[in-house]
Unconditional design. Structure first.
Length: 100
């Protein structure tokens, strides 16, 4: 029996990691918002989104873990921006995968 590590490419692993992070409507909203502006603060997001701050924090954590966003502490707030390099990679991977 072959080892799955041998047959699954790095691009498939990366595509799956990005897809998992994007697998919630709130995260898609955050990514869409950040793709249209340079950055935003977590406090601004919590004013717009009708969810608990702890829930928002968890969504931001997942996007950050996947490498789609990055955060910078500007006490007492955290400024979030797209990780442009990974965002471009994700766009290319999805485009290649979907045959667009």
């Amino acid at each position: 029996m072959s080892n799955t590590k041998e047959i699954i490419s790095q691009s498939e692993k990366s595509t799956a990691r990005y897809a998992k992070a994007m697998g919630h409507p709130v995260r898609m909203y955050i990514l869409n918002l950040l793709s249209k502006q340079s950055c935003c603060y977590s406090g601004d997001l919590s004013e717009v989104l009708p969810i608990a701050k702890s829930t928002l924090s968890q969504h931001l954590k997942e996007l950050k873990k996947a490498g789609l966003i990055q955060g910078e502490i500007e006490a007492p707030k955290i400024k979030y921006c797209l990780n442009r390099e990974n965002w471009e990679e994700a766009k290319k991977l999805f485009s290649d995968f979907l045959g667009a």
